[in-house]
Design a protein around this ligand. Sequence first.
Ligand code: SIN
Length: 540
Amino acid sequence: MKEYDFVVIGSGIAGLSFALKAAKHGSVAVITKRKAADTNTAWAQGGIACVTSEEDSFELHVRDTLQAGAGLCDEAVVRTIVTEGPERIRELAELGVHFDEREVSGHRESATGRIRRGELDLGKEGGHSKRRVLHVRDATGKEIEDALLRELGRQSNVQLLENHMAVDLITAAKLGFASEDRCLGIYVLDEKTGDVETIRSDRIVLATGGCGKVYLYTTNPDIATGDGVAMAWRAGVKIANMEFIQFHPTCLFHPQAKSFLISEAVRGEGGILRNDRGEDFMKRYDPRGSLAPRDIVARAIDAEIKRSGAKCVFLDITHRSPEFVRERFPHIYQTCLRFGIDMSKQAIPVVPAAHYQCGGINTDVNGVTSLPGVYAIGEVGCTGMHGANRLASNSLLEGLVVAHRAVAAALQTRPARKQKIALPEWQSGNVQDVDEMVVIYHNWDEIRRLMWDYVGIVRTDKRLQRASARLRNLQREIREFYWNFKVSVDLLELRNLAAVAALIVDSALCRKESRGLHYTLDYPNPDDGQFRRDTLLSRN
Ligand code: SIN
């Protein structure tokens, strides 16, 4: 049986930041279900929101975050993350992340006209009152991921286990020690051998990212199947605010393009949303126009599409110079070009798609969960930073700050070494290989479509109840599969998707009001008296 001081599940910004710092204090395993760079982080285009300019202030960043969060942010958490951001950004720069700077002259256009040599080129996104988004052109996440992985490769204390998927947490309660529940280890599937290994550790860090794949259309990579939330839920950990799923307004609409995001930074640099008649329709919905917060823009697009019967709307940045578009957005420009769209000459067809899970495993600002020994950091955790709607580009910042604090918390609260509880090996029982993959794929598709149709941008109680009933049936079927067949990544992901989908629906049914990202026709207004509070669910 393997044993580590720290086990990190997930290899995005939060998991890798934690692993690098924890490695100074003990042995670390980083478990990741595909290749290490297959993460949501690596797909992040926009950047990291952080106060770095003299024209900005912590107070303004806090205010913008609270405003986007629609009354559900934890102000103390927001303040901590915002004020500790610059120090964490400095550390990233030391690891070799070179955020874009503005040039004094040359053909690059400046957004403000105030250009000084060596000044960071700050982007603007919806809901931000100032330019404050640090970026590396339009591939910020990839630069960060690469830098963190480079550094990880230099650590002798860290073992990176790729193609390994966490199955379930091993807890004292599950082993019959109900009086003082805590985490003792984790079962992990080695995809190459098909064996499930038992790993002992009393500090398990869930950094598994979000659950975009629970929806038919998403900007997320295939790995985003809600594994951390599902595992935590099964272990009895408290889950918060899962009804708040953020839909990004602008995902490329093209039959061959899968999940390709058109960064909000395009609107930050002047991009205008137009409907099929060419109208700048956002002005009718919000005075901030195309740069209104995401919940408002996504709902407006949904309404325009439903009203006109068109399949998409269009994002138009053709009024900026082609040189600017190509240099500021090289990744988006080239990708669109591959699909026959020259964004410097024509508007990009876009639709909203599931993008970010604002709720998750309930934690404090140190990533501490309700189960001793389990930490949750990054998108999988719900610290109170995002409330009912995340401000754009706040998530990489949260991942960095909370990972740093979680290391300190894990070192402080290590349970005293008592006599070790014996951990049972994984019991495969009398199982066979899944013979009918079609059942897995069918159930997977059914979940994603029903979530899109019934639990999307605009909800009603009736649709939610319908989704709930379907999901219970699917979960029953998946349970049978789980116990009768050998576990595989596909089966584990399906089981996790179904669990997370049910949590989203149950949470949405609890909230009889509209707030932030949760909008229901049955209760179209916020109800501060009853619902200005988190939705907390726990299996216990
Ligand atoms: C984007 O580039 O639009 C995504 C940024 C974010 O979701 O924070």
